[in-house]
Write a protein that binds this ligand. Sequence first.
Ligand code: GYE
Length: 324
Amino acid sequence: MNFTRRTILGAALAACVTTIGTMATPAFAQKPLVIGFSQVGAESEWRTANTASIKDAAKKAGVTLKFADAQQRQENQVKAIRSFIAQRVDIIAFSPVVESGWDTVLREAKAARIPVILTDRSVNVSDPSLYVTLIGSDFVEEGRKAGRWLADYAKKSPAATLNIVELQGTVGSAPAIDRKAGFEEIIKGNPKLKVIRTQTGDFTRAKGKEVMEAFLKAQGKNINVLYAHNDDMAIGAIQAIEEAGLKPGKDIIIISIDGVKGAFEAMIAGKLNVTVECSPLLGPQLMEAAAAVKAGKPVPKRIVVNEGVFPAEVAAKEFPNRKY
Ligand code: GYE
């Protein structure tokens, strides 16, 4: 908040100086904060909403945003971070595509005294001081929520066993690792619930469809439940299920994560049973944290986002409230 006020004041003073025709900038005028942001890519509806939130929040906060899309490749993110260091941005922020392999480049940022803020996904580093804070969801808890919904469903189902196929997110990414772990934690020991296939669909519709086709070929009518680590893969899989002559949401129960509009539409159409919310609207929290870091104020190491679970029964009522 403070930051916004200072920036507006700074801009007003700069404008004033220009009109009276002097070249000098008052010493107390603030330069806008410059953030270099390396985004994962544009792989899902979630990501598109996340990018829009960050760009929009930067604009509102008067922040100069240098935005780079890594097309889901770590090497592109490393290059982007090095270029932000060379440009001497005030803050580097990024959403790491995978968890490991960041130590070297983050040490370079630290040596250049540029603070790093993680958004959305976490990293696995030996030295936690290599980043200031992580703003994002609790993916393990999201996996647990998906598992709890299914355990509840299983209680009411007359079937002796429910065979589950799982579409995992990007290999090595925090949300894929954590959503798998949280779900497993809840279903393990439940004699009714059995994962019969699990494979990555890289968080995209196209891959979700392709892998679901392979699952159906191998297992056909044996499949009772699909657990997809995001809505886009579930939406791709829904197409594969329909093309195989089965009814998504009925012949195969479908659980996914994110809560994007496409998932609500699928629930309203009766093709998806539940989505666990993962909010992509991290832009405002990122701008706030960046301003605090720049001002030397302490920020918590972990900033978590509040989220819910939306079963199909509430989809039509909730739809108008959805922001992404
Ligand atoms: O669930 C998925 C996206 O990291 C939380 O990435 C994010 C995930 C999100 O591609 O749709």
